[in-house]
Design a binder for this molecule. Structure first.
Ligand code: F6P
Length: 328
């Protein structure tokens, strides 16, 4: 055990995701179990700079495992991008007696933590909390499973009205610049087409596919579009393009937006977050730093944070093939 670590901070940073509270709960309870103190850092790095801290014990995290969002709040923080901001944060952490911290967030949050560690040799461990699932070194980020379930449920509802009116719906989902949410939910919800940035197959092919759908007697169509898709048109421009080239379709658009970020976390995300929180605290107490906790083949592993922030989880080509076959 790294005996010099007596007090561990925990914060959430960047876009929130369902399961972040389960991860906070696990970090706090593992600290209590290991008999080290734990301090909640509110509002991400902004709160760190301002010294917005609150001691947390095992009871501080009662009844939050099933809650979306993050009780520690989150924020995007420009100040932490500056040496002055990081210096102020370091002074605040030292004044509070915090010896290390766990940051729950995405690649941007990990980049900040890595720079901070380089400047102050301050022990840090990352837990991947984002719905995008866009971080190298883990098959699942905390929140991805819940977001997918939310999207599939909503697309099922959209399909009800699409079928009633024989309509084509373009449904835009989140994911920043990757297509994991779109691809998985498109297959899960039986979409006729899925548009993702990793596989731009062009507008002509889209029109051909929609024509075939119509000819095959499908009364409604759903096209799931990743927000980062590169087909060259927004979902609203796609609507106009299809209306112009395929007047047989009555077209509508649904942009799902931030509902994908909320909701009670799925059991999978609660368990994943709980496992990751334990690993994060144990790793710090073993003297590890600059790692991100991840899951691969259902095993909890550590990936150097320098690697985690450089790459994305590759799109599943086998799932792309499944999606193509399913549109038969
Ligand atoms: O990274 C999570 C995410 O929800 C992305 O999928 C989305 O593009 C972005 O955050 C939205 O950012 P904001 O919440 O700042 O509008």
């Amino acid at each position: 055990m790294a005996s010099e670590i007596k007090k561990i901070g925990v914060l959430t940073s960047g876009g929130d995701s369902p399961g972040m509270n389960a991860a906070i709960r696990s970090v706090v309870r593992t600290c209590a179990y290991m008999k080290v103190d734990c301090v909640g850092i509110y509002r991400g790095y902004q709160g760190m700079i301002e010294g917005d801290f609150k001691p947390m014990d095992a009871r501080s995290v009662n009844n939050i495992i099933n809650k979306g969002g993050t009780i520690l709040k989150s924020a995007r923080c420009d100040g932490f991008r500056t040496p002055e901001g990081r210096k102020r944060a370091y002074e605040q952490l030292r004044a509070e007696g915090i010896d290390a911290f766990v940051v729950i967030g995405g690649d941007g949050s990990f980049t900040g933590a890595m720079v901070f560690n380089q400047e102050y040799h301050f022990p840090i461990i990352g837990i991947p909390g984002t719905i995008d699932n866009d971080i190298f070194g883990t098959s699942n980020t905390v929140g991805f499973d819940t977001a997918m379930n939310t999207v599939v449920e909503v697309i099922d509802k959209i399909r009800d009205t699409a079928s009633s009116h024989n309509r084509l719906f373009f449904v835009e989902v989140m994911g920043r610049d990757v297509g994991h949410i779109a691809l998985n939910t498109g297959v899960g919800a039986g979409a006729e087409e899925i548009l993702i940035p990793e596989a731009n197959r062009g507008l002509e092919r889209l029109l051909e596919s929609l024509k075939r759908s119509k000819k095959s007697g499908k009364s409604s169509s759903i096209v799931v579009v990743a927000e980062g898709d590169k087909i060259g048109k927004s979902v609203f421009e796609l609507k106009e393009y299809v209306e112009e080239h395929l007047p047989i379709y009555d077209v509508r658009v649904s942009v799902l937006g931030h509902m994908q970020r909320g909701g009670a976390p799925s059991c999978y995300d609660r368990v994943l977050a709980s496992r990751m929180g334990v690993k994060a605290v144990e790793s710090l107490l073993e003297g590890q730093t600059n790692f991100m906790v991840g899951v691969q083949n259902n095993k909890i592993i550590l990936t150097p944070i320098s690697k985690a922030i450089k790459g994305h989880t590759k799109i599943d080509k086998e799932l792309i093939r499944v999606s193509e076959i399913m549109t038969t």
